[in-house]
Design a protein around this ligand. Structure first.
Ligand code: SAM
Length: 245
């Protein structure tokens, strides 16, 4: 059997090794994940997510799939919109993240269906969801095109995919962004989670992730149509949206 390799941050590793290492990262940070998100982004991740929710077109009765949903920020917002006639699935490959997400949602009075699954093999029928979202998750997946193809499969014709992810920052901002990413973030990670390596991986994985145009092309290649993207915070993050027809 051919031993395929891939990236884990800046390292080249065997494909199976990447999944194991990504699991280690999220096992390690799950408990402090939400507080770290607020600290690292100065609360801006809330605005980025609000923008994605606004572009999702989710309404009463919609069926929504939150892939790599982690601690459930998007799922919660969608649950408030779809009402009793709709459906929001919170899914993630990582049990620690998912358990935290489920507990947070329950604390807020929402009991959503939850599934632990790999985005590359979604346990859902074809043509089922009105909207699929993946926020800050695609970067961690081994076969991004395979995962996107799965998301396309489970969308109904007319449905849309939203990919919220770190992207290529506006070039003049790159030096200061690099300083922040590689000098500050791992130190904050060390202080808050006692784990600087996971936050170094975060910064490296962002640099290895396809930029705005590359990801758009990947989505089109998989079969999404009318693909467009919106730069947020000067390209620190981009929201890509594509439709299935
Ligand atoms: N979507 C949440 C948010 O925006 O706060 C969580 C994002 S967190 C940075 C990335 C998540 O992707 C983690 O919970 C991780 O377990 C999940 N993940 C990584 N690889 C995955 C895969 N192959 N399939 C499903 N989830 C995956």
């Amino acid at each position: 059997m051919k031993n395929e390799t891939t990236h884990f941050g800046y390292e080249t590793v065997a494909e199976q090794e990447k999944a194991r290492r990504v699991r280690g990262v999220f096992d390690s940070v799950a408990n402090r994940y939400d507080v770290m998100n607020d600290l690292m982004s100065g609360g801006m991740h809330r605005l980025w997510k609000a923008f994605a929710i606004d572009r999702a077109g989710v309404r009463e009765g919609s069926r929504v799939l939150d892939v790599a949903g982690g601690t459930g920020d998007l799922s919660l917002a969608f649950a408030k919109r779809v009402g009793k006639s709709g459906q929001v699935w919170l899914t993630d490959i990582n049990n620690a993240m998912l358990a935290r997400g489920r507990d947070r949602l329950m604390d807020k009075g929402y009991l959503l269906p939850v599934a632990q699954c790999d985005a590359e093999k979604l346990p859902f029928p074809d043509n089922w969801f009105d909207c699929v979202t993946v926020a800050f998750g695609l970067r961690n997946m081994t076969h991004k095109d395979g995962a996107l193809a799965e998301m396309l499969r489970v969308l109904r014709p007319g449905g849309r995919l939203l990919v919220l992810e770190f992207s290529k920052v506006w070039a003049p901002l790159a030096p200061i962004y690099d300083f922040y990413s590689f000098q500050i973030i791992p130190r904050v990670g060390q202080l808050v989670t006692n784990d600087s390596d996971s936050y170094r991986y975060l910064s490296e994985s962002i640099r290895m992730h396809p930029g705005q145009e590359e990801l758009k092309a990947m989505m089109e290649q998989v079969g999404f149509e009318r693909v467009e993207y919106f730069n947020l915070a000067l390209g620190v993050v981009a929201l890509h949206r594509g439709f299935k027809f």
